[in-house]
Design a protein. Structure first.
Length: 338
């Protein structure tokens, strides 16, 4: 693997992100010659805003379950950057200024009889990151507003929520670790229809904002349809139920509505383009900020079949409901079928 493009990067997060991308792309030229088919699954990402991601929002999934003794391994990386400041009239202040890098290992296995099970383990790191300046240049090139970025220090980490009458939270030093483990089980209900359940365990650290400190359970109904030879449509909706946890205790909503829809267009035998909307209801109350509002996020991605059993995907996400998701999140990953 040629890692020469990574030389000269001295920031830990830059080296880590560059290594992951180099690893993924190094497999592409050799494997692409195999061609093969690619599953037009939903984009394997979600709302990565730190105070929201810890709830354990389940990712979008296809209703097509794995066959008996079939296994799929997913490895995904996200880099999410936000620059948000909101001050309520009564003095409540919310600052989400920084970057989150997330590496997620996801394993699913088919049991037969219309069942499959899964395990998802994320690794997270919060830091000042390195995307502030490229984002500002992007805005300048397209003459887009910079929002709060012009008033905030570049590449700073500060995730903070303070209130005169409630316990607050602040993270201002880089760090990370294992996130909250998710266990899932799915049951086929019919052709292109499945019911999924997810249990989130508090294996992450609430102090480092890699976990919530609470157990959560989600259930969702998923439908998938092939619309002709080149289009696939997925839609899902459900509920997430969680405990109070250790982050913003007393201000957390214990019941959230969740939903997603994806349209995948197979432009050739190997390439699929995807557009996806992910949303959920408000995750908190009485913070006087964006956290009290529901979220809507748009993701766009391109997937490529490197062989019959390997596929690779890259994309990005934007906050359609402004400041209820990261300003921008970049996504890359691959899956392997066994």
């Amino acid at each position: 693997m040629d890692t020469r493009p990574c030389r000269g990067l001295y920031h830990d997060s830059q080296r880590g992100a560059c290594f992951v991308l180099a690893l993924l792309f190094s497999a592409l030229p050799a494997a692409a010659a195999g061609g093969g088919q690619i599953a037009a699954d939903p984009i394997a990402t979600g709302n990565r805003l730190p105070f929201l991601a810890i709830h354990g929002l389940p990712p979008a999934r296809s209703a097509y379950l794995l066959n008996e003794d079939s296994t799929r391994l997913y490895l995904h990386a996200d880099a999410a950057n936000s620059s948000i400041v909101e001050r309520a009239p009564d003095g409540r202040l919310t600052i989400i200024d920084g970057e989150t890098h997330r590496l997620e290992l996801d394993i699913r296995h088919g049991l037969g009889g219309g069942w499959d099970i899964g395990l998802t383990l994320p690794f997270l790191r919060h830091s000042g990151g390195f995307l502030d300046r490229p984002i500002e240049r992007w805005h300048e090139f397209f003459q887009l507003p910079n929002g709060n970025r012009d008033r905030l220090p570049r590449d700073r980490l500060l995730f903070s929520q303070s209130s005169p009458d409630a316990p607050g939270f602040q993270l201002d030093s880089a760090g990370g670790g294992i996130g909250d483990l998710q266990l899932s089980a799915s049951r086929r209900l019919g052709a292109g229809l499945a019911l999924r359940g997810m249990l989130k365990l508090p294996t992450g650290s609430s102090q480092q904002l890699t976990g919530s400190g609470a157990t959560a359970f989600a259930t969702s109904l998923h439908a998938s349809r092939n619309l002709g030879d080149s289009l696939t449509w997925h839609i899902s909706g459900g509920l997430l139920i969680s405990g109070n946890g250790d982050v913003l205790r007393g201000q957390r909503e214990n019941l959230l509505g969740i939903g997603s829809t994806t349209l995948a267009w197979r432009v050739s035998g190997n390439w699929v383009l995807k557009a996806q909307l992910d949303g959920h209801t408000a995750a908190y109350h009485d913070t006087g900020s964006l956290l009290d509002r529901g979220s809507l996020q748009l993701s766009l991605a391109a997937a490529f079949a490197m062989s019959r059993d390997w596929s690779f995907e890259v994309g990005f996400s934007e906050d359609i409901a402004v400041e209820t998701a990261p300003d921008i999140a970049f996504h890359g990953g691959f899956q392997r079928r066994f």
